[in-house]
Design a protein around this ligand. Structure first.
Ligand code: PLP
Length: 285
């Protein structure tokens, strides 16, 4: 089966999809994106992804109105053509192609991209057994709330984590406060309370984060957002990372030492179970 791409008005197999070498997404990372997931043919939390995409576009002064108007239909069509039930949908809007110059050209048409890839239970082992993570300095910029494709810092941090045999890099700002993972939000359980950094310009407002906090509240799990230190992490009863792609993955070792019992914890398990139930429910939105 072909993995489907959509570029500027045309659907085609992914290998045939091309953009200009002068695209500003390529040259400057001048673009925004979303990653969504479909479960059994239904796009999960579409509204929240579209809201965040709208916000990211605005914050980089990129007019996404035309693309946004047709996006739900395009996503449905891309998913239908792929025939995948469980899929990862990637959406990217770049400033467009123009002769290279830092300043934003006046008349430029944004480049519109969608891809669909199958998503099986790719992280089943990590979800079941847990992973290790390392703490690293957050070397990213001051607007991590914008989901932009300027991802070099994240790529280098993930490389460093993988070199150290860890699944994820857990990041701390210059004051030693937890921000998020290189490609995930981070949650900590201390004395039965679910804790996570509050939203700021230094972290991405994860759709999974939001859904998990709602589920925790509904389930009677106490929730608190606020500052968390490296010591809080190291001494936590449970830690997990969360995103659209990985859902919930327990962190059972941090900087080489076990977290809590060294096994995935009960609140992590419970929240993942609730999340999966919700995502797989028809109209889980
Ligand atoms: C830096 C970062 N934080 C958080 C997330 C989680 O966001 P979401 O739950 O919307 O996928 C991601 C997703 O890949 C990410 O790259």
């Amino acid at each position: 089966l072909p993995d489907i791409a959509y570029v500027n008005g045309r659907f085609c197999p992914i290998e045939q999809a091309v953009v200009s070498i002068e695209d500003r997404g390529l040259q400057f990372g001048d673009s925004v994106y979303e990653v969504m997931r479909a479960y059994a043919g239904q796009i999960f939390a579409l509204g929240q992804h579209l809201d965040r995409f709208t916000r990211s576009s605005r914050l980089i002064h990129l007019n996404a109105d035309d693309f946004l108007a047709e996006l739900p239909g395009l996503l449905e069509e891309a998913l239908r053509q792929s025939t995948y039930g469980d899929a990862i949908l990637y959406v990217q809007l770049t400033r467009g192609a123009a002769q290279r110059s830092h300043s934003i050209p006046a008349d430029i048409l944004p480049t519109r991209i969608i891809t669909v890839r199958p998503m099986e239970d790719s992280y089943a082992a990590e979800q079941a057994e847990g992973v290790s993570a390392v703490g690293l300095q957050d070397i990213r910029w001051a607007h991590c709330d914008i989901k932009s494709t300027n991802l070099l810092a994240g790529v280098l941090l993930k490389y460093e984590a993988r070199q150290a045999g860890a699944f994820e890099a857990i990041l701390f700002n210059e004051r030693g406060e937890l921000t998020e993972g290189a490609s995930s939000n981070v949650f900590v359980v201390i004395d039965g309370v679910l804790r996570t950094p509050e939203l700021s310009e230094r972290i991405l407002a994860g759709v999974t984060r939001l859904r998990l906090l709602e589920l925790a509240r509904q389930d009677g799990i106490p929730v608190r957002s606020g500052v968390l230190s490296r010591e809080d992490m190291a001494g936590a009863d449970e830690v997990f990372v969360a995103s659209t792609s990985i859902e919930v993955i327990p962190v059972v070792r941090f900087d080489g030492k076990p977290i809590g019992s060294g096994q995935p914890g009960p609140i992590t398990r419970r929240l993942h179970e609730l999340y999966r139930e919700m995502a797989r429910r028809p109209a889980g939105d």
